[in-house]
Design a protein around this ligand. Structure first.
Ligand SMILES: [Zn+2]
Length: 470
């Protein structure tokens, strides 16, 4: 074996003129799959870091079990083909069956991958959090120092400190806006947004004047209280007042040892090689999710040509056809994909949607969706559609069971809570229905969602008070 390895190395060296295609590996962690061409060592380093951060982050509720896929490119140049701008070093994207983190190997890897991972953890929290809160928390934990003896967070981030000392700060209004107010120099405004959010979350988590009130702030946000009102009520002062405290706090800023036992090192199981076609299809899939359809198409077509037996290649062409509104082509590709592999939950789900839109019978669509959740019980959108169908069929007990799972998996979607509230109401579970309706109001992201949720909540309030008055 050893001899063979040496021999192969020699051959590769002799053929140095040929571009060597790096090997792709797959490593598995808790609800996490890491795919990389940066080598086993970098892959393990990144995965171990994620598992340690998972262990030290205050949990924001039950673990939904949603899968995360981390793609770690060896080359920054290749990463740039998928990521916008020259300043991004990692990205987080939520998807149907799993969420994605895409980044590249290098000096800043542990910090970048931690930042994106914190986004994925916060994304499972029951209510949307202010952007400054999410980015500040991601930055605060990004350079957490974890060893076998202790866990420390809050080490100074030099770039942020330098910026905060040298430049004018964003106002409270700019900081709490969904997107920072457009400025002539947008990049600089964004950098200040990250620096200031980091400093603020540092103070709210670690300063004795603030830290004990932070859980209360989070709880009030989860109850749907408006951000500035929740801030005042939890911390006993305005957001503006806290910003005014910040320069004084920064003068004596320091890291803090957390009062928690250091997490045990994560034992990363043996890596598996990823085939060349799977690596090609992985790139195509990221391109498709990033909306780079033409580049994705070229890769999917090449893979389908070279590997006519690849279900993923056919499915990719099918999903591409769906995004380009070619339902006939989409159906043909997806049917071929299912013939090749009928155990892929995403392919079956997309096919179920196509069948539904083409007017297939209820039975057929339900059968496909049930197969999807049989293969992956954490497929939130499939649980939701099954719940809605059961509601339409007046099978409310079943509907509640499906929608309960959907709400666990998609806690930030108002329409899921709304559907659950309605089904709970139908089976007569009024307190649970009211709770779900209130969550639907809190998570509404459009006026339409908000009105629908409020109407249902008010009807339930009347029903609940009518019952208790009797
Ligand atoms: Zn971020």
């Amino acid at each position: 074996m050893r001899f063979l390895a040496v021999f192969i190395t020699l051959v590769v060296t002799l053929c140095g003129a040929l571009p060597a295609r790096a090997d792709w590996l797959r490593l598995r962690g808790t609800h996490t799959e890491l795919l990389t061409d940066a080598g086993e060592k970098e892959g393990r380093r990144a995965l171990n870091r994620l598992e340690q951060i998972r262990a030290i982050m205050p949990s924001s509720g039950e673990d939904s079990g949603r899968e995360l896929r981390v793609v770690l490119f060896d080359s920054e140049k290749e990463f740039r083909e998928y990521a916008p701008g020259q300043t991004t070093s990692g990205l987080y994207q939520s998807g149907l069956e799993y969420d994605y983190i895409v980044t590249y190997a290098g000096g800043e890897l542990p910090r970048v991958v931690t930042h994106e991972f914190v986004h994925s953890l916060l994304h499972q929290s029951p209510a949307p959090l202010p952007r400054w809160f999410e980015e500040g928390t991601a930055e605060l934990y990004s350079n957490a120092q974890i060893n076998s003896k202790r866990v420390r967070i809050g080490k100074e981030l030099e770039a942020h400190m330098n910026l905060l000392l040298a430049r004018p700060w964003l106002t409270a209004k700019q900081l709490t806006a969904e997107r920072p107010v457009m400025a002539s120099d947008q990049d600089e405004t964004e950098s200040m947004f990250y620096a200031e959010s980091w400093a603020l979350m540092h103070m709210l988590n670690l300063s004795p004047n603030y830290r004990d009130h932070l859980p209360q702030f989070i709880a009030l946000l989860a109850q749907g209280m408006d951000g500035s009102e929740a801030f005042r009520s939890a911390f006993g002062r305005d957001f503006e007042h806290a910003l005014a405290d910040l320069p004084g706090y920064l003068k004596k800023i320091r890291s803090v040892q957390l009062d928690i036992p250091p997490p045990a090192p994560f034992i990363v199981p043996q890596s598996e090689p990823l085939s060349e076609v799977d690596a090609e299809l992985l790139r195509a899939d990221i391109l498709l999710r990033r909306g780079l359809a033409e580049k994705a198409r070229a890769l999917f077509e090449q893979a389908a040509k070279d590997h006519p037996d690849s279900a993923t290649a056919q499915a990719g062409l099918g999903m591409l056809a769906m995004t380009q509104n070619r339902p006939g082509d989409a159906r043909r590709y997806l049917e071929k994909a299912i013939q090749l592999d009928d155990k892929d939950a995403t392919i079956l789900f997309e096919y179920a949607l196509l069948q539904r839109d083409a007017g297939a019978g209820n039975e057929r669509v339900r059968e496909l969706l049930e197969k999807v959740v049989g293969l992956n019980p954490n497929f939130g959108e499939a649980q939701l559609l099954l719940g809605v169908r059961a509601t339409d069929d007046r099978n409310y007990d079943r509907a509640v069971a499906y929608l309960h799972d959907a709400a666990r998996l998609l806690p930030r979607q108002s329409y899921v809570w709304n559907a659950l509230a309605y089904a709970q109401q139908k089976v007569g579970n009024y307190p649970e229905a009211l709770d779900a309706a209130q969550r639907a109001v809190r998570t509404a992201s459009t006026d339409e969602q908000e009105h629908a949720a409020e109407a249902l909540r008010d009807a339930l309030l009347a029903q609940v008070s009518g019952k208790s008055a009797r």
